[in-house]
Each structure stands twice: as structure tokens, then as C-alpha cells.
Design a protein around this ligand. Sequence first.
Ligand code: NAD
Ligand code: UDP
Length: 334
Amino acid sequence: MIVLVTGGAGYIGSHTCVELINAGYEVVVLDSFINSKEESIKRIENITGKTVVLVKGDVRDKDCLRSIFKNYSINAVIHFSGLKAVGESVANPLKYYDYNVMGSLALTEIMAEFNVKNLVFSSSATVYGFSDNKPIPETSQLSPFNPYGQSKRMVEQILEDLSKSDASWNIALLRYFNPVGAHKSGMIGEDPNGIPNNLMPFVSQVAAGKLKELSIFGNDYPTKDGTGVRDYIHVVDLALGHIAALKKLNGLMIINLGAGAGYSVLDLVHTFEKTTGIKIPFKIVNRRPGDIAIYFADATMAKEKLGWQTKYSLEDICRDSWHWQSKNPNGYNT
Ligand code: NAD
Ligand code: UDP
């Protein structure tokens, strides 16, 4: 079975390619490398010992998509490609709607043209917005509050409508919580540009001495230690969730992919210190605007419908993040 992976060179895409290949799938990657490096494809090949077919191109380019579907007998598509920086989406919403919405429209149009109707789509827990539910089930109200989140919800809506219009489509909308960690080989991982916005890569770079100290955004939230609580999911668990979804594709499925447990910023910092033996200096600063106190998944549906649940712990996450960081101090440029 051949799977087209758009954005397959990126953080989640590269880990999913490895797990797809391990599970016996053939993989065709489409990536423009706007937010990744070709080196990640070489590393996927190194880890798996298999060749990855790589098409350098843009998912919004319908001719490029047509040539892929003509050249390869694609059975299903996992659609990761898109932009994901919330702040940039607020500053440049048109770019986000173009990449994320127009890219998904072009892809589904060409899939329909070639009668390939099996699709797994990368959505995000951000579609829930300021949810009061703890944990958050898939039935929660949706209220994304930035253009990035809106673009994800718009694509979800388009795919829901598509599924209603033509029952032969099989679509999984996967809402990820906080993907973190790296492949245990330390060969692939998250390679953010500049100073990381997210907690885990920031902590790793403090541990490596690249950044002086962590700023913890607020310790006055209504949580056990006052710091924000999130659902951290190991990227390999997330990758395996995609394979579970691919195997179970049938009509429309909307599923949270999270561990179903919340950890605070201080939980993560202390676990990182315990696992790696490295002290993480930190200071408490003001809350980050737009942050939510507690956000974690109700992961029951994934277990029931996909037979999937996370198997990696916060310790595994910290160990593997540090392994990747210490082996690749400058990411794929190392
Ligand atoms: P990433 O930026 O590492 O990967 C995205 C990949 O898509 C990159 O390799 C990039 O070069 C490629 N790409 C972007 N636009 C493209 C285009 N128009 N044509 C071809 N390739 C293009 O991001 P990631 O963390 O791996 O995220 C993958 C998907 O999961 C994204 O859609 C993202 O919105 C979603 N998601 C990510 C997170 C997260 O925290 N990482 C959380 C929820 C959802
Ligand atoms: N956080 C922090 N310092 C940082 C980055 C993040 O204290 O430098 C906190 C943030 O306030 C949130 C948690 O860590 O409570 C996770 O933040 P991240 O940006 O990784 O994920 P998101 O908030 O998008 O879920």
C-alpha cells in the first residue's frame, strides 16, 4: 500500500514516515521544505534502511499533485503540510488561509480526480479554543481564537461537508494535543527556527546551554502548582496514532490524539531534570497572553475507535528530547 505523506519532512511527518515504513507501507513524501530540511528524509532512510520517494513541491500546486497521482498508485494520503506558528498567523492571516485551507482544497480536489478517497488530516486541539471541559472530549464546543486555529477548523468543516456529499470518502480528522519528544535513535526530532516558542524545545535548549534560563509564564493559574497544564504526547505515539487511523478509516472520524493526562510546566521541568541529571534554571514571569490554564484530551474515543493509546511516559519524552538535542545541537544543520 502506498501512502502519500504531505509535509513528510517535518517534525510529525518524519516520525510518521518511519512508523509507516516499519509497518510495511511504501511512502511518497511531498514537501516544499518551507519549514524543514532535506536531511530529515535522509535520516528517515537511515533509520529504516528503505528509500523514500521524495517530491519537492507545493501542495497548492495542482499540476504537481496530478503528476504524483499519475506516477504512483497512491492508496491513501496523510496530510501534514501546513503552517503552524500561531503568532505568525495573527500577523499574516491570508498566508495561513492560503497554505492551510487552499492547500487542503487543492489536495482533496486532485484526490477526487484520481478517485483516491482515503485521507488522514492533521487537525489540532486548538480548534476547541477556551474550552471549560477538563478533559476535552471531541463533542466539545469549537471556538478557535486565532487564524491558525480557524484555518484548521475550516478544513475540518470542508472535509465534513465532503464526507456528507459523497459517502465513499474515508476521512480521519485527528486533533493533536502537544506533540513533543523525538525518535529514540536521536536521528530525527523537532528542529525549530530561532528561539523556540514551545516549552519542550525551550527546556532542551536551556539544558544544552544555548539559552540561559526558562521563563515560566505564570504560577498563579488554578492548577496544583500554579503553572499551566498540558497534554504532552510523544511524537512516536502520535505517529502510531496515524497508522491506527489509516487502518480503521471508514466514513468520517473525528478523534483526539493525546495522552489523556495533564502535566504542569513544573512537572515537565522536574521530570526533565530527574531524567537527564541536568538542572534547568528558571524564573517566573507574567502569564503569556492567550494561554489557557488547563488543556488535556479525553482520549477515550481513540482507544475505542482506533484501539490506540499512548505508551510513552513523560520520562520517555524528556529522555528522547534530550537525546535528540544533545546529538544535534543545531538540529539538522549539525
Ligand atoms: P512542521 O512545520 O515540522 O511540518 C510541516 C511540513 O509541511 C514541513 O516539512 C513544511 O516544509 C511542509 N509544508 C508546509 N507548507 C507546505 C506546502 N504548501 N507544500 C508542501 N509542503 C509544505 O510541522 P509539524 O509540527 O510536523 O506539524 C504537522 C501538522 O500537524 C501541521 O499541519 C500542524 O499544523 C499540525 N499540528 C502540529 C502541532 C504541533 O504542535 N507540532 C499540533 C497540532 C497540529
Ligand atoms: N511555557 C512556559 N515557558 C515557555 C514556553 C511555554 O512557561 O517558554 C508554558 C505555557 O505557558 C504553557 C505550557 O508551557 O502553559 C505549554 O506551552 P507550549 O507553547 O509548549 O504549548 P501550548 O501553550 O501551545 O499548548
